[in-house]
Every structure is written in C-alpha cells, then in structure tokens.
Design a protein around this ligand. Structure first.
Ligand SMILES: [Zn+2]
Length: 333
C-alpha cells in the first residue's frame, strides 16, 4: 500500500492533462464512469495523482466532480484508511499471479459502507503473463461495483484483450518550457530547473528533482568532469573515482549520464550557433570555446556513445569502467 497522503488529491492540483481531467470529471458528473481505465504515459506526468483524485471524488460524500476534502470519506482516504481501495505495486521486478489472486479475494471480501470497490495497479506493464491472464478473467466478470485503474508507462505492453476492456487515457508529458516557467516563478534556480524539466514529464516530478539534495551536486560534478576530461584526463579519472563512484552520486548514475547527454546537446547547439536555447547558459564561455574547437560530427558521435553508455549502465554494466571508457573516447575525439 502506498502512503496515499503523499499526493495532493484533487484534479485542480494537477498541472496540465486537461483532456484526461475533462473525461474523468464528465464521467463523475454524469455518473457514467468506466469500470476499468488504463492511464498510460510517462512517469511524472501525474498518473498516480489523477488516480487518487478520481478515487477520492468517487468516495467523497460532498463534491461531485471534485472531492470536497472535508467529509469523513475524504479524510479516511487522506489517512490511507479507505477499506474499499486496494493499491498494488510490483513485488520486486513484477506483479505476480499471487498478487492478482489476493486482489480478487480482497475485492470479494471487502464490504464497506460505500458500495464502490476500487483497485489500482501501478506499473501494470510488469504483470507476469499468468497475472495478466488472471486479471483478464477478473475484468470479464460482470461485477458492477468494482473499478480498475491500471497505471502504466507503456499501455501497449498490456494484453490486447485487457486493453479492449478498459477505457484508455493518454497522459502526455508537459511542455518543457511551460514547466520551466512555472518552476522559475516559484523561485527555483534556473540553472537546475532547465536541465530538470528535460529529464521529467511533469511539474511535480521536476520540482522533486530540483529539490532533491543530490541533483545540484550531480550537475556541478558533471560539468567539472566534462571540463577536466577535455583538459586533463588523468585528473578527470581521479575526480570520477572520488566524486561519483565513491560518493552518493553512484546511486544516481542514470540521471548523471542524462545530464551529460543534455550537456552534449548544448555543445551541438553551440556548434550551430543556437545560443538562445542553451540549458547550461551560465557556462557559456568555456563551453563555446570547447564546442568550436571540434566539428559537429564529433559532438554528435559523443552523444551517440553517451546514449549507448546509458543503455549499458541500465543493464547493470560496471559504472566505473563504462564511464572511464566513455571519458577516454570523449578526450580522444
Ligand atoms: Zn469529501
């Protein structure tokens, strides 16, 4: 079970996703909600918060298309205390058939003051084949008082027979410059906001990244390593060891390399004279000098290598060796 209190659970608090909100709030007003939904879209685009806003509005005894936030049902949900709701997360790498069986039992036994029973499957694409088949049978049963919300990054990875039994709602990543505007108006520093909005799909996720205690450090160290690699490779190798491999950043290698890829995109932009679209604008002087000391094919090749490195690290390649090899390539040209 998740801590439901971690979400601000109202449609109004969700930035963007106007289409999704309109469909669901129309359904709430007309009393014609689907018995199953697929929320498909990238992490950070507001899928979980929308699920909670929908669930809360359904249970609320006050509001109609938006929960009142005052009544007993609203407060029960805010305290993770709504017995009609089951929230399922993957158990390790997958959602297993035992979890779907538990879910079916749970739904059958649950009798609450409110008739509605709702279950949410987060990362639904991680269902095993057996789990998915078991869920399909459950979806086929004509039980009117159970609602399913399947949250997934890739709805197309679900069984077509599941897709055909649910209403599909697409969550689109929010426009990066709009996100940057919102966050900078809140007073967050542009030097962190600009890369963050390119690494996330929604305002909440970007704000969380900017506010995390390691993201600023990741940006600083990436810039230092890039500079050192081009100037003095042996000293860059020592910094890599000290500031990445043997530090907390080791836990965030994925984002660290993402930052490096964004930096390379900036180098390509500088090569093409597009200064106005830079993400690392406060580093303009040295970056411009370096960018123009090579041709654009060099920077594009570096970017391809970095994307490849990212994949290898995702598949558990040794972070240090992979990064060292990449730095040698970047130096070599
Ligand atoms: Zn309420």
């Amino acid at each position: 079970m998740i801590e439901t209190g971690q979400f601000r659970m109202s449609f109004q608090a969700i930035a963007g996703q106007e289409h999704v909100k309109r469909v669901l709030q129309n359904g709430l007003r007309s009393g014609k909600l689907s018995h199953a939904y697929i929320f498909s879209g990238p992490a950070g685009s507001g899928r979980k918060r929308t699920a909670m806003a929908l669930v809360k509005a359904i249970y609320c005894s006050g509001g109609q298309d938006e929960a009142c936030g005052q009544c007993l049902e609203c407060r029960k949900l805010e305290h993770g205390n709504q017995p009609g709701l089951l929230w399922i997360e993957p158990d390790g790498a997958s959602i297993k058939i035992e979890q779907i069986r538990e879910l079916q039992k749970g739904m059958a036994y649950r009798s609450t003051t409110n008739d509605r029973k709702i279950y949410v499957l987060n990362e639904a694409e991680k269902m095993t084949v057996q789990a998915a088949n078991s869920l399909l049978k459950f979806l086929e049963e004509p039980t009117s008082d159970v609602m399913a919300i399947l949250i997934t990054e890739n709805g197309h990875a679900l069984l077509p027979t599941i897709i055909s039994r649910a209403q599909w709602l697409s969550f689109t990543p929010m426009n990066a410059s709009r996100m940057a505007e919102i966050l900078q108006e809140e007073g967050l520093p542009g030097s962190l906001v600009l890369p963050a909005v390119h690494l996330t799909a929604g305002v909440e996720a970007a704000r969380e990244l900017v506010s995390s205690n390691w993201f600023g450090e990741a940006r600083k160290v990436m810039l230092q390593l890039a500079q050192e690699t081009l100037a003095n490779l042996p000293s860059a190798m020592i910094s890599l060891q000290k500031k990445v491999i043997k530090s907390d950043l080791n836990q965030h290698l994925g984002v660290f390399i993402d930052l490096w890829i964004l930096w390379l995109k900036d180098m390509v932009r500088l090569q093409c004279g597009q200064k106005d679209r830079l993400l690392f604008i406060d580093q303009l002087d040295w970056m411009e000098r370096q960018a123009n000391s090579r041709d654009s094919s060099f920077w594009i090749a570096c970017m391809e290598q970095a994307v490849d490195m990212q994949k290898r690290i995702r598949f558990n390649a040794n972070g240090q060796l992979t990064l060292e090899k990449w730095m040698i390539d970047l130096r070599g040209g």
